[in-house]
Design a protein around this ligand. Structure first.
Ligand code: NAP
Length: 286
């Protein structure tokens, strides 16, 4: 069992309280990450992982708010529900149709933001030195994660962005909902038959050790592969990409830490150093 509501409300500390909510959520690394940021920045907080009942998400969030929690991160499957619940959302959450960072104010106001996309772009460009500017980028998948990353990727001025999805209508809907649909090309997995500089797996396939059914020609010898999923071992997508000649394949752990750093900034106004936290998580702890 994780932390229960009553554990949280019995907590008699003067620290500000935060949590990640999801279902399931016990696997989440967010408590470790926020605790590490807090130590680094000398911020006093508590941060728990709380499983909410999927049929009572709103009540669960209202209970946390009433109990004095200052903010929550939201993970699967609640990001769209959090978007609907928020009184006010940022532009990036508005486009993503999903909220992963919620701030509660004293007057019961709920503000929602989405830090996933900026987290990915920072990991790519600042941590990994993978340039997006001028790059030909393929995003595989058209779910919530793809929605969250496409706009921030476009802001780094790539040469082109293609979104390929198993269900092609979903890729088309995503692109049609954009302000600048002419800059992104939707298609089905079967339609992709050229090579890209950066291939981003934003599907849930890695969660079941599968690889999207894509042409092997998507990689050239200088291609980078990035899997939003992360695991202790290289994911099936990373192994597949390296086997087809990608120069490098990376998982989404850095994105996870960077999106958390952006949430930390929203809540505490401080930007923690992410490199030591990524490195500690890679070696098994924080
Ligand atoms: P989602 O909304 O459920 O979307 C799932 C997407 O995956 C859809 O496009 C779906 O295609 C596609 N898909 C699922 N199984 C597939 C398969 N076997 N072959 C091809 N396509 C498949 O999920 P999401 O929220 O976008 O999450 C996607 C991934 O991103 C997950 O692995 C999640 O853990 C990861 N993620 C990581 C971070 C991070 O910080 N690193 C943040 C957010 C998400 P259809 O439309 O055809 O069903």
């Amino acid at each position: 069992m994780g932390t229960t509501m009553s554990d949280l409300f019995d907590f008699k500390s003067r620290q500000r309280r935060f949590a990640v909510v999801g279902h399931p959520v016990l696997h989440s690394k967010s408590p470790q990450i926020h605790d590490a940021f807090a130590r680094q920045c000398n911020v006093s907080l508590s941060y728990d992982a709380i499983a909410l009942d999927p049929i009572a998400f709103e009540q669960g969030v209202r209970n946390l708010q009433a109990g004095g929690v200052a903010g929550i991160n939201v993970t699967l499957p609640f990001k769209e529900a959090a978007f609907r619940l928020a009184d006010e959302v940022s532009e990036r959450a508005q486009f993503a149709n999903a909220v992963n960072t919620v701030s509660f104010s004293d007057d019961d106001h709920i503000a929602g933001d989405n830090t996933d996309g900026i987290g990915l772009v920072r990991d790519l460009q600042e941590n990994l030195g993978i340039a997006c500017t001028g790059a030909r980028i393929l995003i595989i998948g058209a779910g919530g994660a793809a929605r969250g990353i496409v706009q921030p990727l476009l802001q780094s001025n790539p040469d082109c962005v293609v979104i390929a999805n198993r269900t092609v209508s979903r890729a088309r809907e995503l692109v049609a909902s954009m302000d600048s649909p002419d800059r992104v090309h939707p298609c089905g997995l079967d339609d992709v038959n050229e090579a890209f500089d950066l291939v981003i797996n934003a599907t849930a396939a890695s969660l079941s050790s599968q690889v999207p059914a894509l042409s092997e020609s998507v990689f050239h010898p200088g291609s980078h592969a990035y899997d939003l999923a992360y695991a202790d071992q290289p994911t099936a997508f990373m192994r597949w990409a390296l086997g087809l000649g990608a120069v490098r394949a990376v998982d989404g752990l850095g994105m996870l830490v960077e999106q958390a750093a952006e949430a930390f900034w929203i809540w505490h106004g401080q930007r923690p150093h992410t490199a030591p936290v990524i490195s500690a998580l890679r070696s098994g702890g924080c």
